[in-house]
Design a binder for this molecule. Structure first.
Ligand code: PMP
Length: 308
């Protein structure tokens, strides 16, 4: 896959993809001190396009910048509009948006406090993150030898660039060992989340996921799943659980903007449940995809419509 588009939004202007460049001394390139978002735009069966939960993603971007003490000068509304502008200028009826907040190249060294704060928004076409087959039939996961950072080491509620080194290490380890995704434990040994997805297990029709306060990103898809599950009449528990409790779950699935709702069919070479996507996973995924791609009328507040 080549990640490309015609236009990129940079500091208030739409610039040609080939001109969207940064100097080699860009501070964030060296130290990972920056933050980003991942947002999806979908087209529904009636032909209309929308960005899914745009407000929540922009809010989290601003919160991540706040955690890092970066002064992002753009308002919530300005960033939302910029995301729409990128999709429209590229003529993207669907797409993946990648806003990135980064520090400029004025000063090097960890103590450079006055570097300028920049915002760029790129976009590209991105299919099923864990593959079409994974989305349909489930993926194979491995509990990682890497763990999620302690909450006083990693700013876990921020989507901070440098923190993704840990995620990439875990992802590469899993891929190199022949699995699709890594499951990461927290510093106490409880199941936290994956490298770019939150994790749910299902026991006797109850959904169980790590609590918001744990060493996890507060996923927007996680929040979506919790609401959909409750609306479908399933109960949801946010609590700690160990890997062996997960081994004997009836169902396990991952959720995230890129991964959407991906069933897990195997963990550490053990079949999850029957080895096929279970009833609860299918119910949640069915409603989710009907909301984002289908014709389900409800949850309109989650769709930020735009014209192409
Ligand atoms: N955890 C991590 C570490 C992630 O990078 C992501 C992707 N943003 C998620 C969970 C899922 O979050 P969301 O549903 O907001 O995309």
């Amino acid at each position: 896959m080549t990640v490309t588009a015609q236009w990129v939004w940079m500091d208030g202007e739409l610039v040609k993809f080939e001109d969207a460049k940064v100097p080699i001394m860009t501070y964030t390139l060296h130290y990972g001190y920056g933050t980003f978002e991942g947002i999806r735009a979908y087209q529904r069966t009636n032909g209309s396009s929308h960005v899914f939960r745009l407000k929540e993603h922009v809010k989290r971007l601003k919160e991540s910048a706040h955690i890092l003490g970066m002064n992002l000068i753009y308002s919530q509304e300005e960033i939302e509009q910029a995301c729409i502008d990128v999709l429209q200028k590229n003529d993207f009826k669907t797409g993946y948006l990648r806003p990135l907040v980064y520090l400029g190249s004025e000063g090097m060294g960890l103590g450079a406090l006055d570097n300028t704060v920049h915002l760029a928004i790129a976009s590209w076409q991105w299919g099923a993150y864990l593959g079409d087959d994974g989305l349909k039939n489930g993926i194979r996961c491995k509990v990682s030898s890497y763990q999620r950072g302690h909450v006083n080491i990693s700013m876990v509620k921020g989507k901070i660039c440098g923190q993704y080194v840990n995620s990439v290490m875990a992802k590469r380890e899993a891929l190199n060992a022949g699995y699709n995704e890594a499951i990461m434990l927290d510093p106490q040994g409880y199941v936290a989340e994956c490298t770019g997805e939150n994790l749910f297990m299902v026991k006797e029709k109850t959904l169980i996921t790590a609590p918001y306060g744990a060493s996890i990103l507060g996923g927007i898809t996680r929040d979506t799943v919790i609401q959909l599950a409750k609306d479908l009449g399933f109960s949801v528990q946010e609590r700690l659980f160990s890997r062996d409790e997960m081994y004997v779950a009836d169902e396990v699935f991952l959720c995230g903007t890129a991964a959407e709702i991906t069933p897990v069919k195997e963990i550490d070479d053990r079949k999850v449940g029957t080895g096929e996507p279970g009833f609860v996973t299918r119910s949640i995924a069915g409603l989710f995809f009907d909301i984002v791609k289908g014709s389900y009328a409800g949850y309109g507040d989650w769709r930020f419509d735009y014209q192409i």
